[in-house]
Design a protein around this ligand. Structure first.
Ligand code: CO
Length: 214
């Protein structure tokens, strides 16, 4: 694509928005109150807003390689805190996708420089679910399953976060959801995880019992 085409596209987009609502950008500039925080992969094929069919202002987005929620990553932690404490989002979604390059790299260990440390948590997911994964002989099935298990573990990482627990105890929100986007069909799949139940099972390890709930 011609680099300058992007700016032509932008002009066209502005014209389309204004044609349907002359106050579109005036209203947009007043602020945001999205109900969703979406944490997904940076992969160019997995465009958060497009695949959900949502408009600007409707979803707060964080993307990184292989949709990781790493406890000491200041970036993702700040996004989650802002979304929960200030935007008061009702739902946090971790969305993985089949054919994820990050997950593939974790399945085929090699020295990847800076990416080594980033992919380490993904390799940990593989180790954590070693027994289940070793029983899968089909390489595609194994790849797909690791994508799903990675989503599961990153959802678990969300519920370990203090801001999330604090809000949960106070309001019952946010609800945490694990999704997978199938790039082969375009389908968005809800993995149907019950994170509240999962949390109750591991509560003895991860419940921080936030101060105001003691
Ligand atoms: Co990916």
């Amino acid at each position: 694509m011609d680099f300058n085409q992007i700016f032509k596209n932008n002009e066209k987009w502005i014209a389309e928005k204004l044609a349907s609502n002359p106050d579109y950008f005036t209203e947009l500039s007043k602020g945001q109150s999205p109900e969703f925080l979406y944490i997904g992969c940076s992969d160019s094929r997995v465009t958060a807003e497009d695949l959900m069919g949502v408009q600007p202002g409707e979803v707060f987005v964080h993307r990184n390689i292989a949709n990781q929620v790493i406890p000491i990553d200041n970036n993702v932690n700040s996004v989650v805190q802002y979304a929960v404490e200030h935007l008061k989002v009702k739902h946090i979604i971790v969305c993985g996708h089949y054919e994820c390059g990050g997950v593939k790299a974790a399945l085929h260990p090699s020295d990847m420089g800076q990416l080594n440390s980033w992919l380490q948590t993904l390799r940990d997911v593989r180790r954590l679910h070693k027994d289940e994964l070793e029983k899968i002989s089909d390489p595609q099935q194994l790849f797909d399953r690791l994508v799903e298990l990675n989503v599961r573990e990153q959802c678990m990482n969300i519920i370990k976060i203090d801001h999330v627990q604090r809000s949960w105890y106070k309001t019952g929100f946010p609800k945490v959801h694990g999704w997978v986007f199938d790039v082969r069909t375009g389908k968005l799949i809800d993995l149907g995880m019950n994170l509240e139940k999962e949390f109750m099972e591991i509560r003895v390890i991860y419940d921080l019992k936030p101060l105001e709930n003691k």
